[in-house]
Structures are given as structure tokens and as C-alpha cells.
Ligand binder design. Structure first.
Ligand code: COA
Ligand code: MG
Length: 326
């Protein structure tokens, strides 16, 4: 281990994160009664400019009046380049009861963006005499935000998670696609010419680098990496595939933009019984190995060593967290 240790962020289940437009108050109760681990009430891009003040009022009322159970509750504020943002922060904290857990900051570019929100939140919390400190979820969805992703991750003690905002990221990097997440038919390779034999086109995942980069920055700083939206909410298999590949890279969850995506995310981001059983077998085998004075042994014909203990512990701990959340 390095001598440098980043304390892990406040532990929360973050398998599914449901986006709910702040302008559609009729959806709030349904969201509160659903299965999402985290709900973010949106004041930003799902809300038209004329609706911003009303959406803010709706969100304040919903935080105070609805029973959000043991869900993590978040509000996505407007960007720092808008004139809505300061009032989002001030009104939402001042006029609510302390139930809000985190604030989601969109389009974070530099650590100063995070610093500015931290300063504002701190002042409001101190003025209100609030003990509970609101955490931050940062969306990495611009070229600038990704270029500074490591510095952004460590910009505030309030930081809890980094989220990959695929649509804005595509726009910011001028990537050639207009869908929200998912694969891109332009991004692939054609196998070499081989006489007259047919050639295969292999689709690739154009978001691999961006997600991997964000995962590393998040994990290095003790934060949760979370994959963003998949717009085609009728395509459950497509969603599952996107969620699985982000989970394989280390993401801890994925956004849901429609209730039908919540259970898919919860399923993908919960270790299966089979995985947990195997992880427990690895821990038992390594315990025996250590008693026998060995660092590496074989289990079912495969090498396991001290790194395997850590991998298995991640799995077992996650299963326990999910069981505790009931
Ligand atoms: N949260 C809670 N409930 C939702 C919901 C959401 N995000 N999206 C849909 N629902 C509800 C609908 O009200 C409907 O409820 P009902 O059966 O009681 O009538 C049910 O789920 C099925 O909804 P459906 O009719 O299929 O969807 P829609 O046409 O009303 O809305 C979207 C589709 C995509 C516009 C809507 O899901 C949405 O606004 N999603 C969030 C978008 C967002 O926040 N984007 C920003 C982040 S990328
Ligand atoms: Mg966005």
C-alpha cells in the first residue's frame, strides 16, 4: 500500500440512481416508493428554462413532505455558468428539513467549480446551524471535466462520487453520435482482407477510455464511480449490456432515466449468489493457505493469492451492504 491513504467516501448503496425532472411533481411519489438506491431530483437539463423557479419549489416541497425511506436523496443543481445555480443551492438547503443527502453538480470543469459550491453550501449550512454535511456527486461530462478528473475528484471533502454523463460528454468532445449512451456503429474495426472470405465488423465500446479514466480517478480518491444514462428505455437488453460493461470496469451503479431501468441496475450491480459463494470459498482457501504459511495456492485449478482476498472481500462486503439495506 502507498503511504498516502484517501479515506473512502460516506458508504452508500449506489446501484441505481433514478433521474426525476423537478418540473414533473407527479413523478416524485412514484420515485420515493420505488426501488432506486439513489434519487436525484433534477433542476438542470430535464427542466425547461421557464419552469426552473417552479421546479425548485416542487423539489423543496417534495424533500420536506414525502417519505423517502432509506433512499439517498439528491438534487441536481444548475451549472455554474447559469444564474439559477446560487438560488438552487441556497433555497434548497435553507428551505428544507435536513433530509437532503447530496447535491449533484453538473458539468464540473475544474476544482474551482467544486470549491465554489462547497463555499456556498458551507455558508448556508453554518448559517442554519446544520450538523449534517451535504455530500457532492460530480458529473464528469465535458472535455474540461475529464481533463481535470483527478483534481476534480479531490477538490472537496464533500465529494462522494463521479458520474459519467455520456450525452454531454459526446457533445463536448464533438463525438459523432446523437443517442444517449449505447454503442456507436461507427466505432469498430473491420477484420483484414483474406482473399474472398467475408470480413467481420467488430463493434467496440467508444466509452471505454472515458469510463476507465473516471473509474481510476474516483477509486484513487475513495469515491464511487457511477455510469450515467442509457436513453433507449425500451431496450432492457441494451441497458443490461451497458451496465455490465461499466460494472466490469469498476463502476458501482448506473443511472435510470425511467423506472423500468431501476431493477435492471440493482440486479447488475448486486453480486450474484454464485459470485458471493465463490468469493467466500476463496476467503476460506486463503485462510487455510495462510495457516499453512503459503501466499499463493490453487483453487479449482486456478491461482489465488493475497490479491484474491481483496477482490473476494469487495464482493462479500457489497453483498452484506445490500442485505443490511433490506
Ligand atoms: N421517475 C419516476 N416515475 C417515472 C419516471 C421517472 N423518471 N419516468 C416515468 N415515470 C412513470 C410515469 O409517470 C408512468 O407512471 P404511471 O404508470 O403511474 O402513469 C410510468 O413511470 C411509465 O412511464 P412512461 O409513460 O413509460 O414514460 P413517460 O412517457 O411518462 O416519460 C421520459 C418518459 C423519458 C420523458 C421520463 O421517463 C423522464 O422524464 N425521465 C427522466 C429524464 C431525466 O431526468 N433526464 C435527465 C437525466 S439524463
Ligand atoms: Mg448532462
Amino acid at each position: 500500500m502507498s503511504f498516502t491513504i484517501f479515506e473512502p467516501a460516506t458508504a452508500r448503496l449506489n446501484r441505481s440512481e433514478l433521474a426525476v425532472p423537478g418540473s414533473r411533481a407527479e413523478l416524485f411519489e412514484k420515485a420515493a416508493n420505488g426501488n432506486a438506491d439513489v434519487i436525484f431530483l433534477d433542476l438542470e437539463d430535464a427542466v425547461a428554462p421557464d419552469d426552473k423557479p417552479q421546479a425548485r419549489k416542487n423539489v423543496i416541497e417534495a424533500i420536506n413532505d414525502l417519505d423517502w425511506g432509506n433512499k439517498t436523496l439528491s438534487v441536481r443543481i444548475n451549472g455554474l455558468d447559469t444564474h439559477y445555480m446560487y438560488r438552487d443551492v441556497v433555497d434548497v438547503i435553507e428551505q428544507t428539513n435536513g433530509r437532503l443527502d447530496v447535491i449533484m453538480i453538473p458539468k464540473v470543469g475544474t476544482p474551482s467549480d467544486v470549491y465554489a459550491v462547497d463555499m456556498l453550501v458551507t455558508q448556508v449550512e453554518d448559517a442554519m446551524g446544520r450538523e449534517k454535511r451535504i455530500g457532492f456527486e460530480l458529473i464528469i461530462e465535458t472535455a474540461l471535466g475529464m481533463a481535470n478528473v483527478e483534481a476534480n475528484a479531490t477538490a472537496s471533502k464533500r465529494n462522494e462520487s463521479l458520474h459519467f454523463g455520456v450525452a454531454d460528454y459526446a457533445a463536448s468532445t464533438k463525438a459523432r453520435m446523437t443517442t444517449i449512451g449505447g454503442p456507436n456503429p461507427l466505432y469498430g474495426v473491420l477484420t483484414d482482407m483474406d482473399g474472398d472470405n467475408p470480413r467481420d465488423f467488430h463493434w467496440g465500446d467508444m466509452w471505454h477510455y472515458a469510463i476507465s479514466r473516471m473509474v481510476v480517478a474516483a477509486r484513487a480518491a475513495g469515491l464511487r464511480p457511477v455510469d450515467g444514462p442509457f436513453g433507449d428505455f425500451k431496450d432492457a437488453d441494451g441497458y443490461r449490456a451497458q451496465a455490465n460493461r461499466a460494472a466490469a470496469l469498476g463502476c458501482e451503479g448506473k443511472w435510470a432515466i425511467h423506472p423500468s431501468q431501476i431493477d435492471l441496475a440493482n440486479e447488475v450491480y448486486s453480486p450474484s449468489e454464485k459470485e458471493v459463494t465463490q468469493a467466500k470459498r476463496i476467503l476460506e482457501a486463503m485462510e487455510q493457505a495462510q495457516k499453512d504459511g503459503q501466499g499463493a495456492v490453487s483453487l479449482d485449478g486456478r491461482l489465488i493469492d493475497i490479491a484474491s482476498i481483496k477482490q473476494a472481500e469487495v464482493m462479500v462486503r457489497k453483498a452484506a451492504e445490500i442485505a443490511n439495506a433490506g
